[in-house]
Ligand binder design. Structure first.
Ligand SMILES: Nc1ncnc2c1ncn2[C@@H]1O[C@H](COP(=O)(O)OP(=O)(O)OP(=O)(O)O)[C@@H](O)[C@H]1O
Ligand SMILES: [Mg+2]
Length: 275
């Protein structure tokens, strides 16, 4: 569907003097996302409306960070962000696809090899972000889109002061994909926190289940190994995955570089076996 087709479906609402708003296509705890058209160019876009005044600064800040990464393929491209009528509007490329959660629920789980193949560009992009001291902080199957050509794209980013401003709703929404240090004011947050979330997403892709949340795991950690849940994963990759999901940040795979390296090794060996 191109921009022209979208123009037929617009409501009368125009924001920023330029973007015609159409149907809602998604929503989260803090926002509604609309199909929209840039009336100047006729291009179809997505407009995210964040109507919470308490979140205004955070939403604008997040959009600013995303605009800096506009050239990266594995994260949504943000064109513009502004405040209007007590809400923040973020204008982005329109992604034709479904969330990773819906995709797996509709089409079934992936093997670990397929998961690694599909997530690899996202991991490399995160590694690049980490070298610039930016941590994504909001990686989950609900915040990854599977495009029609099979590529994955990350949505959003969380830039708030990790240890102070986190709201209860946000905390609950993200709990199964957040490491303990993100849920606890005393924790040390960093690239290893994204390592945990990426491994939690992988766990979901190969088992079809959300991993147990970190708070429950801290009381009683009986997170089942994926191989015990019928996942298709080699022992070496499972060992790395479980180390990525370690509650103790010090025992965890420390960086995205290390995670990519650790996974490449068994993947390489598996590929060699099939040649
Ligand atoms: N650029 C886009 N193109 C198409 N659909 C989108 C786009 N951005 C978001 N959506 C849809 O809207 C939903 C909500 O978007 P998003 O995850 O950004 O908002 P949120 O959950 O409120 O915010 P956050 O995840 O940062 O807490 C997504 O799950 C997806 O279905
Ligand atoms: Mg979301």
């Amino acid at each position: 569907m191109d921009g022209k087709e979208t123009l037929y479906r617009l409501t009368d609402t125009v924001i920023g003097g330029r973007y015609g708003i159409g149907e809602a296509v998604g929503s989260g705890c803090f926002s509604t996302v609309y199909e929209a058209a840039d009336l100047q160019s006729g291009v179809k876009v997505a407009v995210k409306e964040c109507p919470f005044p308490m979140e205004t600064d955070r939403s604008l800040q997040e959009a600013k960070v995303l605009i800096e990464y506009a050239r990266e393929d594995s994260i949504v491209t943000v064109f513009d962000a502004f405040e209007e009528d007590d809400a923040v509007y973020i204008v982005m490329e329109f992604l034709e696809g479904v969330t990773l959660r819906d995709f797996i629920e509709q089409n079934g789980t992936w093997t670990m090899d397929e998961t690694l193949r599909r997530l690899s560009p996202v991991m490399k992009m995160l590694d690049h972000m980490h070298t610039g001291n930016v941590v994504h902080g909001d990686i989950s199957p609900d915040n990854i889109m599977v495009l029609k050509d099979g590529r994955l794209k990350l949505l959003g980013i969380r830039t708030e002061d990790q240890n102070q401003n986190i709201t209860l709703t946000r905390l609950v929404a993200q709990a199964r994909y957040s490491p303990p240090e993100q849920l606890d004011a005393k924790g040390e947050f960093g690239s290893w926190s994204d390592v945990y979330s990426v491994c939690a997403v992988m766990y979901f892709c190969i088992t079809g289940r959300d991993p147990d949340d970190a708070v429950s795991r801290m009381m009683l950690d009986d997170l089942k190994k994926p191989s015990g849940l019928d996942a298709d994963i080699l022992p070496a990759a499972e060992k790395t995955l479980m180390r990525g999901l370690s509650l103790d940040g010090k025992e965890r795979v420390r960086s995205m570089t290390e995670l990519i390296f650790e996974f490449e090794d068994p993947l390489l060996r598996a590929t060699m076996k099939t040649i």
